[in-house]
Design a protein around this ligand. Sequence first.
Ligand SMILES: *Cc1c(COP(=O)(O)O)cnc(C)c1O
Length: 366
Amino acid sequence: MLKKLFRKEVYAAKAYVPGKPIEDLKRELNINKIEKLASNENPLGPSPKAMEYIEKEIKNINMYPDSAAIKLREKLSEKHGVKIENIVVGSGGEELIKNIAETFINPGDEVMIATPTFGKYATDVSFLGGVVVNIPLNKEYKQDVEKIIESVNEKTKLIFICNPNNPTGNIMTKSEQEYLIKNLPQDVVVVFDEAYYDYAIKNDEYPETLNVLKERPNTIILRTFSKVAGIAAVRLGYLLTSQEICEAMYKIKLTFSVNRLAQAAALGALEDKEHIDKTVELNYKSLALMEEYFDKNKFEYIKSNANFIFVNVNMDSKIVFQKLLEKGVIIRGGFLWGWNNWIRVSTGTIDQTKIFIDRLEELVKN
Ligand SMILES: *Cc1c(COP(=O)(O)O)cnc(C)c1O
């Protein structure tokens, strides 16, 4: 008699387990300060200009937002030298990844992703009945361009390239990207997730993917205001792609998912180069401190061009996670990706970084 009410993909899906609110943790663990180095947030806080623009916009929240986000797309179009018809904005990159799946995936379509990589791609693709094809990183922990090319078949619909890759933080270089693109069929859609673009461009070998888009319409570039701009809470991400893909995506998008405060905040953040510069500068200082410590302890780590670092601490990351938590530092355990002795640590202020290093050192000593 028990009728299965949900779509079969709902039964197969795992529920998202949210992290505990910091306030609750403090009470439970009886500590007064917690350093959260787990979600790649901006340790300097939000862009001040974004906050200023939100304040000005607050009195208008009785009215629906501009569903086409014209003003914001105009600014983005100036910034990137593309037309507004090439830009889709969304409620965070997260919504756009879902929108991509909803736009392209028929049941049985294959989607290639690296493993490990950002978890959202597989979740959203599977949910729509797409088949995820996992391509392990190569021996240098890089996305395996050769293997990706070899694995393409007539069912391949999409390829997600997270660049820099999350959780490893390393980049696909310009020449690797060129080689990939040259050897892929034109009708495979390639998504370059560049959530950490502003950090990564400090590396001369990081590609300018807009040049790929100009030659190859089935290319999608994803960017977000959650990381370097520091406005993760208000939710704003965008895509640069061909007009054809853009039009298709606007058909399936929620009309008002990008709210007024998010649009205002993004307009502010776009004017705030100073905040970005400071953030990126601090990021590389924090990374350098951690690298120095890891080198000293002979911990293997992957060279990062993002605002986090993936390191092998030679200990069970479930235990490391729990012990660091009890000492007031939250990180991500590599067990989440099946890399049991690795941890992913977000960069922080210099103080936060030193606290993390001290607490980890206490674990190492015992
Ligand atoms: C953070 C992140 C995003 C987007 O996050 P939003 O907050 O939803 O904009 C996308 N891709 C990767 C790899 C990320 O780390």
